[in-house]
Design a protein around this ligand. Structure first.
Ligand SMILES: [Zn+2]
Ligand SMILES: [Zn+2]
Length: 220
């Protein structure tokens, strides 16, 4: 019988309890939660890119840089949105070219929608790459920065602590719901930022009841 080697560990950064090692999923360099998050980030980034782009012109409102106490009007653009848009362009170009070169493929057209859709098809390959942790961290940072730039009304709703168990251990993640507007290409979803839980709106009602019961049990 082959001797079992030490389990591979997730290479990505974890927001909760970052010092605790997480076992990587089979054949991957990411844990199951980071693997799911990588796919979710790639899925969400094109919409977030559009939202950040919409924040770029500030029409002279208070979002632009202004010298305090001065009468000079603020600049008509949001420099944080500008910085983030260039960072997104840079990271998407870099990572799509890594995948295209290493897999011997022709890369996607250079726009975030095409790049993310193309990368999403390579999620498993990215998660098994020696730099999987760095890839996941890059996309997590872009998503996090995008939420800091865009309209607070577009932020995911915080539901509360996750009540799932991962391999018998209670998940220490937080649950969020993204609520989409009419016309948004991606649907609303409830997700955990640590484990792979992901629920579309058809599952919300049933999950809501199960969730409240579990929270009551935990409280009582
Ligand atoms: Zn992980
Ligand atoms: Zn969870």
């Amino acid at each position: 019988m082959p001797r079992r080697t030490d389990p591979a560990l997730c290479q990505a950064t974890h927001r909760h309890d970052p010092g605790r090692p997480r076992e990587a999923a089979d054949g991957l360099n990411l844990c199951a939660g980071c693997h799911a998050a990588l796919g979710r980030h790639l899925h969400d980034l094109p919409d977030l890119h559009a939202d950040v782009l919409a924040e770029l012109p500030t029409a002279g409102d208070s979002a632009g840089p202004a010298v305090s106490g001065s009468r000079t009007p603020p600049l008509p653009f949001n420099p944080r949105a500008g910085d983030l848009l260039s960072q997104m362009r840079h990271d998407l170009a870099r990572i799509t070219s890594i995948v295209a070169i290493e897999r011997g493929l022709i890369g996607p057209p250079p726009n975030p929608g095409a790049q993310c859709a193309w990368l999403e098809r390579h999620t498993d390959w990215l998660a098994a790459h020696p730099d999987a942790g760095a890839f996941k961290d890059v996309f997590a940072e872009l998503v996090g920065r995008a939420y800091n730039v865009i309209d607070p009304a577009r932020l995911p709703l915080v539901i509360g602590p996750c009540v799932e168990a991962v391999d018998g251990v209670p998940c220490d993640g937080m649950l969020f719901a993204t609520v989409r507007r009419d016309g948004d290409p991606t649907p609303s979803v409830i997700y955990c930022d640590v484990c792979p839980l992901e629920l579309d709106t058809t599952q919300w009602h049933r999950f809501g009841r199960r969730y409240l019961r579990a929270r009551e049990r935990m409280a009582g």
